[in-house]
Design a protein around this ligand. Structure first.
Ligand SMILES: [Zn+2]
Length: 211
């Protein structure tokens, strides 16, 4: 887990292009060190502090229905204020989960401590109380029981195709594999060999192909 901190999907976070010249409004917003709530709903976890106007709003809804009510991302769509930090992930060293809506990615904000100070937050007084995005992602994958879901264990599978049946569900970090699978199944040679040829493959190959 330690090795994954500061990464997103195993990728290193880049410094946001918006960090160095970020506009911060002098609107008098002051953020207490704890006890936060979404200003649009009753959620008190999964909250994001917009670094331009100091608004506190809940995060996105995940594919399985858990998560927030999308209020932070809706705020970005209305205002264009690009950066938000997840409350509860900020450490005394001034690190935290910063998301750039404009760049559509988790990013590095080298001036995070300064940006927080604008809203009266002293990072020294903060404690990490929330799961980081990496921790959440791993937890979500575990909860989904990815292996059983992928295999559709115990279900009778029916081939389906046609309008509105394109695409594969994202089971949590499986979008990359879905795209590869869909490309493979558009290749006539692949389909001939491994789909139409499947009965022959299964009937003629030894049970333990390694030996
Ligand atoms: Zn909300």
């Amino acid at each position: 887990m330690e090795a994954l901190q500061g990464t997103w999907d195993g990728e290193k976070r880049e410094v946001s292009v918006h960090a160095v010249s970020l506009t911060q409004l002098d609107n008098g917003a002051k953020i207490p060190p704890s006890g936060w709530k979404c200003s649009q709903c009753d959620l008190t976890t999964n909250l994001w502090l917009n670094l331009t106007d100091g608004s506190i709003l809940c995060g996105r809804r995940f594919f399985d229905g858990s998560g927030g009510n999308d209020h932070a991302v809706e705020h970005y769509r209305k205002t264009g204020y690009p950066l938000a930090v997840k409350l509860g992930t900020i450490t005394a060293e001034g690190k935290g989960d910063v998301y750039s809506y404009a760049e559509d990615d988790m990013v590095e904000d080298p001036y995070l401590a300064e940006h927080l100070k604008h809203f009266g937050i002293n990072v020294q007084q903060l404690q990490k109380t929330e799961k980081s995005m990496v921790e959440l992602e791993l937890e979500l994958n575990r909860r989904t029981g990815e292996w059983n879901t992928l295999q559709e264990s115990g279900t009778e599978l029916r081939p389906l195709h046609g309008p509105a049946l394109t695409g594969l569900n994202n089971l949590g970090n499986s979008c990359y594999i879905n795209s590869v699978v869909q490309v493979l199944f558009r290749m006539p040679d692949f389909v001939r060999r491994y789909v139409e040829g499947a009965p022959e493959i299964f009937s003629t190959f030894p049970e333990d192909p390694a030996n």
